[in-house]
Design a protein around this ligand. Structure first.
Ligand SMILES: [Zn+2]
Length: 431
């Protein structure tokens, strides 16, 4: 059995790994390259799509599913296996991606072809392809997210997908994988553990309380899948401790996900399931107002606080958050709260460095609002959680992380007597 990484090798995006076993080729994820690596989406895959027997997905994030339509564009017509939650979330994610892409490398027809080839595979079910078997385990990263266990040629391979942050409450904790001959593991936060989650929530509520009490606006740039809803969940649980203020969800995509959530109840933590069983939707806090149209969104920038504004994009690469910041950053009563990762070189990182002025939508704006970064909302396992998940695994190949972080994690694994190496694009590893 061999596994060949064709993405997320010493980087965080483009997850796509080719498995060769029992005379078959199976693809694990088929993600999009994002940010500076975007150009690579136009390049050939490195394998022949028409020769694949199946595709198995770990979760619905764009960097794990974004090149699937290209796979169909280039001749693949086989099944794509995923949990029902992954399949449903993926539709929203891919339709949005097509809408905002500057240089599309697929079209609506490719999307429809892909959707027709989706096949459900739930946690613990066995997918049999001749003598090759695959199954999914709980990864706790998104509703329906999974790691993949493969048995073939007398060997066992585990592919982690993305592992969730077990401190958070919305999703189940990741399950432990079986002992394997090789684990292909993510290492996004291989360099450090996360701070305790209750501290993150306390700091978040402190900033909100202070901002709203002054009549200010709290701007929270959010990813539309999972992070926006998680912030709403925290507001549902703790909002009664804050000054009364409207909460605007100014992201049509996040609203689509929010509408889907009651249909995915069984994919959440027991705590969340209990709310739904009691007839409550814990992702819709009191005071929530969904902003549909762009005109209402623009009008909101002229309104007085206090208010909470959740808007995309999470990394400030576009979207409605930009006009809120353009009109709001000059006011010292306001606060900008980052609850998601900001890549080096991006606008978020620039603002976090606190320059005197920021260029937004072609205009220079003085930065007088307070700026806060809360890393504890991360959707990924921290270093300590990764080490615990990988404990006792003799061989680990690391993917999905910046090179220094993967090297740090690799050194720690080696110090525990585990063999660890970094994946290289296109270079197969024998299991
Ligand atoms: Zn992910």
């Amino acid at each position: 059995m061999r596994i060949v990484p064709f993405g997320a090798a010493r980087e965080v995006t483009g997850s796509c790994h080719l498995l060769l076993a029992e005379g078959r080729q199976v693809l694990l994820d088929c993600g999009m390259f994002q940010g500076r690596e975007e150009g690579k989406n136009q390049e050939p895959f490195g394998f022949q799509p028409s020769r694949l027997a199946a595709v198995v997905l770990s979760h619905a994030h764009l960097d794990h599913v974004g090149r699937l339509p290209k796979l169909f564009r280039e001749g693949y017509r086989g099944p794509v296996y995923a949990t029902r939650a992954t399949a449903l979330l993926m539709r929203i994610v891919l339709e949005d991606a097509l809408k905002v892409m500057e240089e599309p490398f697929f079209d609506e027809e490719d999307l429809e072809t892909l959707f027709r080839h989706l096949k459900p595979l739930e946690y613990g079910e066995w997918l049999r392809l001749g003598d090759l078997t695959l199954s999914l385990g709980q990864a706790g990263h998104l509703p329906g997210s999974a790691f993949v266990v493969v048995h073939g040629e007398g060997k066992t391979l585990v592919y982690s997908g993305d592992l969730g942050n077990r401190q958070k409450q919305v999703l189940p904790d990741p399950s432990l994988p079986p002992k394997a001959d090789l684990v292909l593991s993510e290492g996004t936060y291989g360099d450090r553990p996360h701070r305790p989650f209750p501290e993150t929530v306390a700091e978040f509520l402190g900033i909100l309380g202070h901002t709203l009490a002054q009549g200010g606006k709290a701007f929270i740039p959010t990813f539309a899948v999972e992070r926006a809803q998680e912030i709403l969940y925290v507001l549902y649980q703790h909002g009664h401790r804050l000054p009364r203020a409207p909460i605007y969800l100014d992201s049509p995509m996040a609203e689509r996900v929010l509408e889907l959530y009651p249909h995915l109840v069984r994919y959440f933590s027991e705590e969340v399931q209990l709310y739904f069983l009691q007839g409550k939707n814990p992702f819709r806090p009191p005071g929530l107002q969904v902003v549909e149209s762009a005109e209402v969104s623009r009008a909101l920038t002229r309104e007085e606080g206090p208010m909470v504004v959740l808007a995309g994009s999470g990394m400030l690469t576009g979207g409605r958050i930009l006009h809120h910041l353009k009109h709001g950053l000059a006011d010292p009563k306001n606060a900008l709260i980052f609850v998601g990762y900001q890549p080096r070189g991006g606008l978020g990182a620039e603002i976090i460095a606190r320059p005197e002025r920021v260029r937004l939508l072609g205009q220079e704006v003085p930065l007088r609002a307070s700026v806060h970064t809360l890393g504890g909302f991360s959707g990924h396992a921290g270093q300590d959680e990764l080490l615990a998940w990988l404990e006792g695994q003799p061989r680990v190949v690391l993917v999905h992380g910046e090179e220094e972080k993967l090297q740090g994690l690799g050194a720690l694994l080696a110090s525990r007597g585990q063999e660890a190496s970094l994946a290289t694009f296109g270079e197969g590893v024998e299991v």
